[in-house]
Design a protein around this ligand. Structure first.
Ligand code: FE
Length: 196
């Protein structure tokens, strides 16, 4: 976006655009509302949490997920708009991934729902590339010097999701209990998953 209007409140811009499209009979407001509701309330980041919990408990699923994220995620029934190609990035004790869309706000909707406002913020988008360690610290995630940080830039072609580290002390938890621990931020890479 390079027009002068790009700094207007995105919510206002979206509203104006929706009104215009509805007025021209191109979209139906009820359809738009149901779409937003579905992604805000029904999808949310809980789908992604289920994917992570499955990967933590099923090594074969984990291998499939890392080899072909889109297909393995679809196995659990999660697919659709803005999820045509999802690549899953595995965190290790020595390697931490963080995801951004430097251009706009590309995000894997079928697993994480709609992006949070900070993800769309120009400051996050530019700074996390230049100074990821500092930005993560501002999120409350302080990583040791022995942990390498890799930043991945989501686009309309490929959307990334992080497979966070399974926290210690969770050996006895069920898949469902594990899923409840997984946060949206941990799947974007600006947080780690904490134990119960
Ligand atoms: Fe984008």
């Amino acid at each position: 976006m390079t027009t002068a209007t790009s700094h207007l409140d995105p919510a206002l811009r979206a509203e104006a655009l929706a009104s215009l499209l509805a007025e021209r009979g191109l979209i139906d407001q009820a359809t738009v509302d149901s779409f937003i509701k579905a992604y805000e309330q029904s999808v949310g980041p809980m789908n992604g949490a289920k994917v992570v919990a499955r990967a933590w408990t099923d090594p074969q699923y984990r291998a499939r997920l890392l080899a072909d994220g889109t297909t393995a995620i679809a196995e659990l029934g999660f697919k659709g708009a803005q999820g045509e190609k999802i690549v899953v990035l595995e965190n290790t004790p020595r390697l931490h991934h963080v995801v951004v869309c430097t251009l706009c706000s590309c995000y894997p909707w079928p697993v994480l729902g709609l992006p949070p406002s900070w993800y769309k913020d120009p400051s996050y988008r530019s700074r996390v590339v230049r100074e990821p360690r500092q930005v993560l610290a501002e999120f409350g995630l302080v990583l040791g010097d022995d942990v390498q940080i890799k930043v991945f830039d989501s686009s309309s072609e490929v959307r990334y999701m992080v497979l966070p580290l399974r926290p210690p002390g969770t050996e006895r938890l069920t898949e469902e209990e594990l899923a409840a621990l997984v946060t949206r931020d941990s799947m974007v890479g600006v947080a780690q998953v904490s134990g119960p």
